[in-house]
Design a protein around this ligand. Structure first.
Ligand code: SDX
Length: 437
């Protein structure tokens, strides 16, 4: 079919929006269309059987197509299902954003009320999860280790979750996971500080209920300044998804074997734990505490430039400009500090950012503050212990992981199984132990 004025090829892709690959060993070439910003590997595999494109950390590889989140690293753009993160942070709520990520559209008022009801009535965890898992950990267990293990343990309480082909069954597990993450997280914290477990309160909103499970002591009901619960809601919105990051990729890879969603989410949680990923917010606070004063900033920056450690909370695989989330979090910090008083580490963080943004080492490498640089200052001011910071990342990110898990299944994805470039030794015969030198 020819459209007026433009020759078309490959189902409507204009000629020229393609690449040509030539195998110089044979002189054969193939033209591959560029579709949605990528070229399909199955095309070049026909020309180059057994020749793999080497991309060890997937920095230049699209592992999937997705309609959930859009990033533009150069322009600092982040959109969930087409909605700019700035608008969602200002006008939406985390539960509404979770619905948007999972269902693809903002909910109607009726849908939103039903969604909130479903989440609210699934916040409880089985008593054995608390008594035999959470309370079975060592007294100083890190809450991320407790959370990761408890999520995996939930797979044994809901064996029907293995039926990943049934959309209604998938949705039941999605609702359970979104609802129970705060309860597991708060339960891990309460155990680690020797406080009694606080059961969910179905009469308050999602984030206030989490704060209640975290901090309520003897008062019959928990109350907090609405500016704090709103700040937490905004932080949950900002952390809800971020396309094919390390932990989401883990969720998709494990889910592609058709493992149950609890096992896939536990894998994602384990990936998030790393200091290069979700563990960075905890690492930032420890870094700022270690720097301790203005006087030490220049020496610290020089140590980073000398390769002795990294400026945690800076840099990003995709964003080569200011992480749009960091801008919003920085503003939210001032709102929180109006209630809690300023976190004394803020001045060090601001001076560190100013110094780095004016230093050629960071400018040349396009290193800017990311989502983790300021978030910990808010969490600490709100009373969360540093060990809980990555847990606070995992709570909302489970909505993103689940939306990608569901999309991967709906795409009928094959099991993830990359290839390798073998660089080991050639075949050789076994040598008996007494003949070995
Ligand atoms: C998150 O992927 C996502 O979307 C993640 C996330 C999400 O929402 O899911 O956005 C959340 O994980 C944010 C990132 C949190 N991590 C940190 O803040 C840890 C510190 N940052 C880095 O270690 C690093 O920037 C990464 C891990 C975030 C990105 O690493 P890349 O893309 O693999 O970059 P790289 O390690 O190849 O670094 C390129 C250069 C190197 O220098 P040279 O070897 O070229 O001389 O930049 C340097 C690095 O040494 N560099 C840093 C640095 N980050 C990169 N130098 C000092 N401090 C840093 N933070």
């Amino acid at each position: 079919m020819q459209s007026a004025g433009r020759r078309e090829r490959h189902e409507g892709i204009p000629l020229g929006e393609s690449v040509t690959i030539t195998d110089n060993r044979t002189g054969k070439s193939i033209e591959v269309p560029i579709v949605n910003g990528g070229v399909d590997s199955s095309e070049w595999a026909k020309l180059l059987p057994g020749v793999w494109f080497y991309d060890p950390s997937f920095g230049n590889t699209a592992s999937t197509s997705s309609a959930i989140t859009y990033l533009d690293g150069e322009e600092g753009v982040l959109r969930y299902r087409g909605y700019p993160i700035e608008q969602l942070a200002e006008k939406s709520t985390y539960l509404e954003v979770a619905y948007l990520l999972i269902h693809g559209e903002l909910p109607t008022p009726v849908q939103y009320e039903e969604w909130k009801h479903q989440i609210t009535t699934h916040t409880y965890i089985h008593e054995h999860v608390r008594k035999r898992f959470l309370e079975g950990f060592h007294y100083d267990a890190h809450p991320m280790g407790m959370l990761t293990s408890s999520i995996a343990a939930l797979s044994t309480f809901y064996p029907e979750a293995k039926d990943i082909e049934d959309p209604a069954n998938r949705m039941r597990q999605i609702i359970r996971l979104i609802a129970k993450l705060p309860t597991l997280a708060a339960g891990a914290h309460r155990y680690s500080v020797g406080m009694p477990f606080v059961y969910p309160d179905n009469n308050i909103d999602f984030q206030t209920n989490f704060l209640s499970m975290m901090f309520r002591v003897a008062e019959p009901t928990f109350e907090c300044d609405p500016r704090l619960s709103r700040a937490l809601d905004i932080l949950f919105i900002l952390h809800a998804d971020h396309e094919q990051n390390c932990s989401t990729t883990a969720a998709r890879v494990v889910g592609s074997s058709q493992a149950d969603p609890y096992s896939a989410m536990a894998a994602a949680c384990a990936a998030l734990y790393g200091p290069l990923h979700g563990g960075a917010n905890e690492a930032v606070l420890r870094m700022l505490t270690e720097i301790g004063s203005y006087d030490n900033i220049d020496a610290f920056i020089e140590s980073v430039k000398a390769g002795k450690g990294r400026l945690m909370g800076f840099g990003h695989r995709v964003y080569k400009s200011y992480d749009p989330r960091a801008k919003i979090i920085k503003q939210a910090a001032y709102d929180v500090f109006e209630v809690t008083g300023k976190n004394p580490l803020l001045d060090i963080a601001l001076k560190l950012e100013e110094t780095a943004l004016n230093d050629p080492y960071f400018i040349e490498r396009k290193l800017y503050p990311n989502v983790d640089f300021y978030s910990g200052l808010i969490y600490q001011a709100m009373g969360f212990p540093v060990e809980m910071f990555t847990v606070l990342f995992a709570i909302p990110r489970v909505s993103g992981w689940l939306s990608h898990w569901q999309e991967m299944l709906e795409q009928k994805s094959r099991i993830a199984r990359p290839r390798q470039l073998y660089t080991g030794v050639d075949e050789r015969d076994y040598v008996a132990i007494n003949a070995r030198q």
